[in-house]
Write a protein that binds this ligand. Structure first.
Ligand SMILES: C[S@@+](CC[C@H](N)C(=O)[O-])C[C@H]1O[C@@H](n2cnc3c(N)ncnc32)[C@H](O)[C@@H]1O
Length: 288
């Protein structure tokens, strides 16, 4: 219980910091509930921590959902055939080993006390299986040299990207993660990534947009999965886009959290493709 109260205090602090650091224009409406009694569950505290570290948002334009619905693509296969009509899609049997690895990792982490150095990120932070397969397929088809992602947590997305690029010469994944809580450490970022895939992994600890600015190589694929507030998403899109090579991909998880993704794609005059995930959240992709 003491740990939960401590966690909630830090969450409150984090939200205050976010409010005062440039998130004012499209600030999420999320409020922090008062600290509850002993009936409070770990789940409640995890939900609040998710709000503080992954962000919450709200839709500004009422027509936003209608617009998203118009852009829906029904399946990963449709999405990939739409983007790459001449390419053969990978057989996802190649992912069986990594699928099992992540499944076992989730089972193990669920037995460890949360908010500790051994279990620093809720497994619920990770991309779902279908979106991990989509990322794997994108990397498998594009054969990228440089993939960049913001938001690592346990490293589910990282694992599938690294699995897809493992045999591509001179390829690498640059992952950016910010440490928020006392139980967050560099060593604890990407705990789910198989050791044998780590040689192509470059982990940068810091604020997404600041670390993105430092990247001077051309990016093949950029994935936003850090803090899903309007300003954070928009800042990352604006910084990443000029660095992405022609034909390259920008994608974002949770594009229905706020209108940043559609505002950005409108401003760049590119048509986004949106895929609906099973938990009623949306993943968006644009090609440069
Ligand atoms: C949704 S989780 C990432 C999940 C990961 N992509 C996966 O599939 O396992 C979001 C992560 O972004 C991190 N984060 C939040 N705001 C950030 C920021 N401004 N810069 C970098 N990382 C941030 C959080 O600490 C959290 O671990």
């Amino acid at each position: 219980m003491t740990k939960i109260i401590a966690a909630l205090s830090v969450v409150l602090l984090m939200l205050t910091v976010a409010c005062s650091s440039g998130e004012s224009e499209h600030q999420p409406t999320a409020t922090v509930a008062p600290v509850k009694s002993s009936s409070d569950t770990d789940h409640d505290s995890i939900v609040k921590i998710e709000s503080a570290t992954c962000g919450t948002g709200y839709l500004v334009n009422e027509s936003y959902y209608d617009k998203l619905l118009d852009l829906y693509i029904k399946s990963n296969e449709n999405m990939l055939s739409n983007l790459f009509p001449d390419q053969k899609l990978p057989d996802l049997k190649i992912c069986e080993e990594i699928d099992d690895h992540i499944k076992n990792f989730i089972n193990n982490q669920e037995k460890i006390e949360p908010n500790t150095k051994e279990n620093p990120y809720p497994v619920s932070f990770g991309l779902n299986l279908s979106t991990r397969h989509l990322l794997f397929s994108l990397c498998y088809i594009i054969k990228p040299k440089i993939v960049v992602e913001t938001g690592v947590a346990n490293g589910f997305s990282s694992s599938y990207i690294l699995h897809a690029i493992k045999d591509i010469p001179e390829s690498k994944l640059i992952s950016i993660e910010k440490l928020f809580f006392p139980w967050h450490t560099k060593k604890g970022v990407g705990l789910g990534i198989p050791k044998k895939l780590k040689d192509k992994h470059i982990l940068k600890i810091g604020e997404g947009k600041d670390e993105l600015k430092k990247i001077d190589e051309e990016i093949d694929i950029f994935i936003h999965d850090s803090f899903h507030t309007y300003n954070t998403m928009m800042d990352e899109f604006k910084i990443a886009w000029p660095k992405i090579k022609k034909g390259g991909i920008l994608c974002s998880d949770d594009v229905s959290e706020n209108d940043a993704f559609l505002d950005f794609t409108d401003s760049m005059n590119v048509k986004p493709l949106i895929i609906s995930k099973s938990n009623n959240r949306q993943f968006g992709i644009i090609q440069k």
